[in-house]
Design a protein around this ligand. Sequence first.
Ligand code: HEC
Ligand code: HEC
Ligand code: HEC
Ligand code: HEC
Ligand code: HEC
Ligand code: HEC
Length: 370
Amino acid sequence: MKKLQLRIITSIFAGLFLGLFVFTSCEGPEGPAGKDGLNGTDGTPGLNGDVTCLVCHNADLKNQITVQFARSQHASGAIAVEYAGGRAACAQCHSHDGFVEWTLNGEVASDIADPKAWECSTCHDLHNTFDSTDYAFRVEGAVAMLDGSGATVDEGNNNLCINCHQARTGRASFDKDPTTYTRTFSGADYEVYKNTTAIGPNGSVTVDEVNMTVEVVFDVPTGYSYISSTHAGPHHGPQGNIWAGIGGTVAGVPYASHSGGCVGCHMGPESNHSFMPLAENCDACHGSKETEMDEIAERIQLVGEALEGIHAVHFSEEDGLFHPVYASLSTEHFDAWFNFMYLLEDRSHGAHNPTYYKAMLTQCETALGI
Ligand code: HEC
Ligand code: HEC
Ligand code: HEC
Ligand code: HEC
Ligand code: HEC
Ligand code: HEC
């Protein structure tokens, strides 16, 4: 099947080169309209199929893309090789092999022994239509979001990115029947939990100063939610949700102005396959928005500090980041924590959806009395 396809394609190329030769070498009077062709050329002058192929398939562009891609974090793939790329639960987003298996079978059935980082064929595969919008993507349809919201996002070439760059946990998954959780903390956690007050209305903290351990009973009645691990939250990379204005606890507007999407900002002419959101890519629409983004970054920092004040996060001197801590929080405080984790993991300082960022920050600030 594949061989047959290649043979057909080879003959298309042969035909096209012949066509190019005829078109460029003798500029005689216009001939009669040609027969309908496989590549959409129906013989009408101006619809010359070879030019379309060369827009994407030329040596200069291929060299540029190869160099750019080598600089992308997708190509270095530290996490793919060392950590998550082989694990069945993570591989669909974290390695070439996992993504390919997931696009073919809808799941990654078991761990992968020797996972590879991304390559051209992670995202690209075979052509479908050979027209000017056919980038030969491996997958391009609408994306059913994994955050439990039931939302679907269908936005052209951005779909490819959103398959992986999306949240995996929704706010609702933290709402459980009333219960209590008892945990004992020691080591570095001793200092973190010794004075915690995020224990719910009837929770308790018992400190053993001799053995340097803390036993905490987290009470989680109706109207409270529980931060159930130090990795809790929407997970890394919820950029697709934020751009589409979904996932936080307040209503959002999709992409709020940034309809060019992932591809417009991360694959503009200068950055292209490095996927870097260079300032040059913003120039098409407006000047620098650094002041606005700095203001947003400042607001996120203040919310983080307020959340540390109520024992919902812990600031680590080691990596300079806020991390979740186990806690029972009132709905309003929990929502603030959840929205904060979204903005922290999104990492765009507002660029992905300025309006949604501001709405989520306002919820945080109101709940925390900032
Ligand atoms: C739905 C796709 C998806 C799944 C499934 C997924 N991840 Fe990720 N993960 C991502 C994306 C996208 C990023 C990069 C986000 C970014 O750079 O902002 C990421 C980043 C990470 C990072 C790096 C965080 C950092 O700050 O550099 C770690 C660690 C990680 N994931 C672990 C895991 C583990 C472990 C699993 C499986 C239990 C998993 N991921 C499953 C999409 C996914
Ligand atoms: C992470 C996914 C991804 C990977 C990996 C990737 N591409 Fe692409 N590629 C895209 C997207 C998305 C577009 C469409 C960009 C747009 O809409 O402007 C694209 C467009 C292209 C184009 C069309 C010309 C252009 O500049 O728009 C070529 C050619 C191409 N890719 C080649 C490659 C090659 C060669 C590699 C490996 C070195 C590669 N791609 C790796 C996502 C990817
Ligand atoms: C919109 C950009 C674009 C156009 C136009 C385009 N291609 Fe491609 N093509 C790609 C990308 C991207 C890939 C995958 C990455 C790579 O190999 O550079 C690819 C891969 C291929 C492949 C290998 C995969 C396969 O489908 O078998 C062939 C052959 C090919 N193109 C032929 C053509 C021909 C013939 C035309 C014109 C009729 C054409 N392409 C037009 C972007 C394009
Ligand atoms: C197969 C899943 C997958 C696809 C498809 C994908 N990404 Fe990624 N992307 C990831 C993961 C996972 C990481 C983190 C890689 C690592 O650090 O090992 C990442 C890293 C990145 C980074 C760098 C993050 C950093 O910390 O510097 C950017 C930017 C990015 N992706 C943008 C995009 C864009 C734009 C697209 C679509 C054109 C896209 N990605 C498509 C999974 C994916
Ligand atoms: C309006 C332009 C814009 C759009 C649209 C956009 N991005 Fe971004 N993105 C940025 C900027 C700017 C940053 C932050 C860079 C910084 O300050 O480090 C960023 C950060 C990121 C990061 C973290 C990279 C890092 O180095 O920290 C990832 C991953 C990412 N974007 C992926 C995406 C994906 C996937 C989409 C589409 C769902 C998208 N972006 C849409 C501009 C954009
Ligand atoms: C396709 C057009 C387009 C592109 C490309 C684009 N933007 Fe925007 N952006 C807009 C529009 C329209 C607005 C709303 C009007 C305004 O504030 O200028 C906006 C607003 C913003 C805002 C909110 C400003 C505020 O008042 O709070 C930020 C931040 C922003 N853009 C960042 C970026 C960054 C960073 C890039 C490039 C990486 C970028 N944008 C690329 C169209 C675009």
